[in-house]
Every structure is written in structure tokens, then in C-alpha cells.
Design a protein around this ligand. Structure first.
Ligand code: SAH
Length: 185
């Protein structure tokens, strides 16, 4: 987290708050996540550096840049065009060349590059989108906030030889995951 300059991922007017442990608006009614929860989720992925990781909800691309530091390849899906374009420009400027960004509905995953060793969803869903668990590799770890639009529980799902194992990692609050296997509006 020391290596990724968070002030380059927020709007110029909010630069003086970039290192507070708070979410901040990034436009399009979305937020850059609170650093604490980003750190907590990335820690729970237990990355070693060789993984291919799918991220849903690129947003500001702050978590994307952290993932790029922690694994081999990041595949990130963002629904909103303006955020996806801005994310690409930021990551290029910071020379994160191991990140591919796709604009589309992340509840469908990104089947072209599946399976993934880890999947992290940065928006709250009513349930685990089936395509995401299907795109999880053997031994893979999926982290997603599940709940209503007020509060969610962070759920870790691991694909073990005997099936999917779920653990609750605590409460959190994210913006809505919109899409076919997410919220409808
Ligand atoms: N980790 C990001 C979080 C951004 S907020 C950051 O710290 O900046 C969540 C993001 O998920 C928003 O950018 C929103 O547009 C996006 N999102 C919501 N539903 C989505 C979907 N179905 N597919 C892809 N992105 C989605």
C-alpha cells in the first residue's frame, strides 16, 4: 500500500483527504473504497505473486494497482465507460502493464481468461453470481460482499477438492453490484 500513491486515484479537489482511512467519491455516484477494507480483502486472498486475478468493479483502479503489485495478471471489469477509460489511463501512467480492463457486466465474470486463482468483487451483491464461482480455479479464493444496499457481509468462498467452502469475514458497506446476476437498479 505504501507503493501505490492513493492521491493519484482521487479527484484533484480531494487530494488532501487521499490518505484518510475513508471511502471518497470518484464521480458517477461511485466511491474509491476505504483503504482498510481494501487491505483486509487483499490479505484474505493470500496472493503469492503468481496468480491470475479477476476483479469486478475497477472504479478508481486503486485496488487494481494494488493487485498488480501482488499477483502476475489482473483482469478487471468495470460497468461504467467513463470510469473504465479513466482507470486505463491511470494504470498506463503508473506503468502497470499486467492489467487488462474490460468494460461490461462483471456479474458475468470474464470467461475468456478463466479460470482465476482469485476473484475479488468491490460492490455489494444479493448473492454470489453463478458465473463467478464457475470461473474460480481449483484452490481459488473468491471474495464478495453479500447483503442488501445498506450493509453486507464479506464472504470468502474457496474451491476445495470437495466443493465450495464459505466463510464470513465480517460486515462491510459497498455500493451496489448492478447487472444480470446482481441488483437490477
Ligand atoms: N475498488 C474500487 C471500488 C469502486 S466502487 C475503488 O476502490 O475505486 C464499485 C465499482 O463497481 C463502481 O465503479 C461501479 O461502477 C462498479 N460496478 C457496479 N456493478 C458492476 C458490474 N456489474 N460490473 C462491473 N462493475 C460494476
Amino acid at each position: 500500500m505504501r507503493r501505490v500513491p492513493r492521491h493519484l486515484f482521487v479527484e484533484p479537489a480531494l487530494v488532501n483527504r487521499a490518505y484518510d482511512d475513508d471511502p471518497l467519491p470518484i464521480g458517477a455516484k461511485q466511491t474509491i473504497s476505504q483503504p482498510y477494507i481494501v487491505g483486509y480483502m487483499l490479505q484474505a486472498l493470500e496472493l503469492k505473486g503468481t496468480e491470475r486475478v479477476l476483479e469486478i468493479g475497477t472504479g478508481s483502479a486503486y485496488q487494481t494497482a494494488l493487485l498488480a503489485e501482488l499477483c502476475a495478471n489482473v483482469f478487471s471489469v468495470e460497468k461504467l465507460h467513463e470510469l473504465a477509460v479513466q482507470a486505463r489511463a491511470r494504470l498506463d501512467e503508473l506503468c502497470y502493464y499486467n492489467v487488462a480492463i474490460h468494460m461490461g457486466d462483471g456479474t458475468l465474470g470474464w470467461s475468456e481468461h478463466a479460470p482465476y486463482d482469485a476473484i475479488v468483487v468491490a460492490a455489494g451483491a444479493p448473492g454470489i453470481p453463478a458465473p463467478l464461482s464457475q470461473q474460480l480455479a481449483a484452490g481459488g479464493r473468491l471474495i464478495i460482499p453479500i447483503g442488501d444496499d445498506q450493509s453486507q457481509t464479506l464472504k470468502l468462498t474457496v474451491r476445495t477438492p470437495t466443493g465450495l467452502e464459505e466463510t464470513n469475514l465480517g460486515g462491510c458497506r459497498f455500493v451496489k453490484l448492478l447487472g444480470r446476476y446482481g441488483w437490477q437498479g
